[in-house]
Design a protein around this ligand. Sequence first.
Ligand SMILES: CC(C)(COP(=O)(O)OP(=O)(O)OC[C@H]1O[C@@H](n2cnc3c(N)ncnc32)[C@H](O)[C@@H]1OP(=O)(O)O)[C@@H](O)C(=O)NCCC(=O)NCCS
Length: 332
Amino acid sequence: MPTVQLNTTARITAFAAYAPEEVLTNDYFASFLDTNDEWIVQRTGMKERRKAAEHQYASDLAFEAVMRMTERYPSCLQGVDAILVATSTPDTFFPSTAAIVQARLQLPDCLALDISNACAGFVSAMQMAIGLIDAGMHQKVIVIGTEVLTKTVDYSDRSTCILFGDGAGAIILESDPQSPATCLAASSVTTGDLSGTLYRTAVSCKLNGLDLTEDGKLHQNGREVYKWALQQIPAQLQHLLNKVDLTASDLDIFVPHSANLRMIESICDRTGIKMEHTLTSVQRYGNTSAASIPLAIEEGIRDGRLVAGKLMLLYGFGGGLSQAGLLIRWTL
Ligand SMILES: CC(C)(COP(=O)(O)OP(=O)(O)OC[C@H]1O[C@@H](n2cnc3c(N)ncnc32)[C@H](O)[C@@H]1OP(=O)(O)O)[C@@H](O)C(=O)NCCC(=O)NCCS
């Protein structure tokens, strides 16, 4: 699998996240489904998730995340020449959600592109931004992960609708050869023959020979995805650390995709990464796919665990089935 030590001028210079106001508790689901708080907490660790308002779409959440970034870093949009939006719930197939965000931000002369890699999307988009910067095509890239998954779940299916929530996060990567490196190593891998275990339909009615319901809803074989995650991720993660001569104990912070707390605990157990070094968003936000890693980073900033200088591993995984890792030194 492609795992590389990076030699990049790309630096992280701004970050923020946003979650919509409406809270969906476990008791809310128990009010109309045969489920309960105990089952959900025990199997997933989730206590609540956020739901976008009816008029709020992925571009709106993305815009709010960028606005919060400008509150923290007032001049951060100056010189931005590319926007990459990772999402599985775009406002429209085209224009890209990135183009809609570009118009609202009024950023001129800007590439605007969506990245479709489900729950690995935010990390994949960061990897793409690094590539664009090092190729000399762009100097300053906003990477956004944004999802309105509550609009895509079937609220009569208790095994999936309880899992997903909405949110967004934004980060800026820009070329800065003078400062110490912040992006240190990267890895990515896809196991496409398992794609039928987790999908959201578009215009196709078949996936790997499997007949699909063409309803735009999210479908998942949770048990199979769980099995894949525990079989594949610990080894791939170790591979990435080995590439840069590190071990799990060298990591200050681990930010895995926040799909399921039990799954994260098992991954930590198998790799030797400490849970107290792990940032998660799943308890308060559910599975927010491309937004789960930035929401977890925001939690770490708020509770003081994430400060400048920390060596951290971002690790996205999910639909594809795909994985994307990025080892960084946090500098904000
Ligand atoms: C979804 C998930 C929590 C389900 O847990 P599980 O232990 O695999 O549960 P199963 O789907 O095998 O179902 C077990 C039982 O619980 C029931 N059940 C499912 N959802 C339920 C709910 N919300 N409340 C109560 N019972 C539920 C099932 O109907 C089944 O009942 P049965 O034994 O009578 O048939 C779990 O598979 C999971 O988290 N998978 C990974 C999903 C994931 O992280 N995906 C994203 C990756 S990016």
